[in-house]
Write a protein that binds this ligand. Structure first.
Ligand SMILES: [Zn+2]
Length: 204
C-alpha cells in the first residue's frame, strides 16, 4: 500500500531507518495539501534545475546549462590551491565560514577500508584529470586533502596521497592535510569558523 511504498522510498535516505521513515509518512499525512504539493514539486524540479560542475563536481543551481559553478567561474578565486573534500555539504560549510579562497574538488564519498574498487566510491579519475588538465594546472601549487577526521576519511587521504604522489613530485605540487587540533572524529560539515581557520593554518 502507499504508506509502505513511501516509507520504503524514504528509508533509503542517509541515516534514516524504517521506523523514522514511517514517522515521515505520517507527518506528511498530517500536513496541509499545499505543503505536500510544494514538497513533491521541489523533488521533481531538483534534478531538472541542478547540474554537476565540470570542474569541482559539486551540485549547483543551473537553469541555463552553464558548465561551471559560481566558485569555479569566479576569477577572484585562488587557483593555486585545490581543496579536496568528501561531500557537497563539506564544501558548503567551508564556504560559509569564508576562511578559504582557493578552489575545490568534491570526491563524492570515501574509499572503503577494504580497498575494494575505490573508483566506485570516489571520483578518482576526475580528480586525476582535474589536477593534470584543469584550468589551474599551470598555477597549481598545493592540493589540500581535506577529508574528515574519521577512519575512512584518513584512509581516503592516504589512498589519494599515493595516487597523486608521482604527479605532485613531477609538477612540484605540495600535498597537505588539514591540521588536527580538533578531537578525532570531527567532520568538516560541522566545523565552525575558528576550527577551520586553525585547521587550515596548521596544515602540513
Ligand atoms: Zn565548480
Amino acid at each position: 500500500m502507499i504508506i509502505d511504498d513511501l516509507a520504503e522510498l524514504l528509508s533509503k535516505f542517509p541515516g534514516i531507518g524504517p521506523r523514522q521513515s514511517r514517522r515521515f509518512v505520517y507527518f506528511l499525512l498530517r500536513q496541509n495539501r499545499n505543503y505536500v504539493e510544494q514538497l513533491a514539486r521541489s523533488i521533481l524540479e531538483l534534478k531538472k534545475e541542478t547540474a554537476i560542475c565540470t570542474e569541482c563536481h559539486q551540485f549547483f543551481p543551473d537553469t541555463v546549462s552553464k558548465k561551471l559553478c559560481r566558485i569555479c567561474s569566479n576569477s577572484a578565486r585562488d587557483r593555486s590551491t585545490l581543496m579536496v573534500v568528501e561531500k557537497d555539504v563539506d564544501l558548503e560549510n567551508v564556504e560559509r565560514t569564508g576562511v578559504y579562497n582557493g578552489v575545490y574538488f568534491v570526491l563524492g564519498g570515501t574509499v572503503p577500508l577494504t580497498n575494494e574498487e575505490p573508483e566506485k566510491f570516489i571520483r578518482l579519475n576526475d580528480l586525476l584529470a582535474r589536477t593534470k588538465n584543469g584550468t589551474e594546472k599551470d598555477s597549481l601549487s598545493e592540493i589540500i586533502l581535506a577529508t574528515n577526521a574519521t577512519t575512512e576519511g584518513d584512509h581516503t587521504a592516504d589512498y589519494l596521497h599515493s595516487k597523486l604522489a608521482l604527479f605532485a613530485t613531477n609538477e612540484n605540487v605540495k600535498i597537505t592535510h588539514l591540521g588536527r587540533g580538533l578531537s578525532t572524529g570531527t567532520e568538516l560539515e560541522y566545523s565552525d569558523k575558528e576550527t577551520l581557520r586553525s585547521a587550515l593554518s596548521n596544515r602540513k
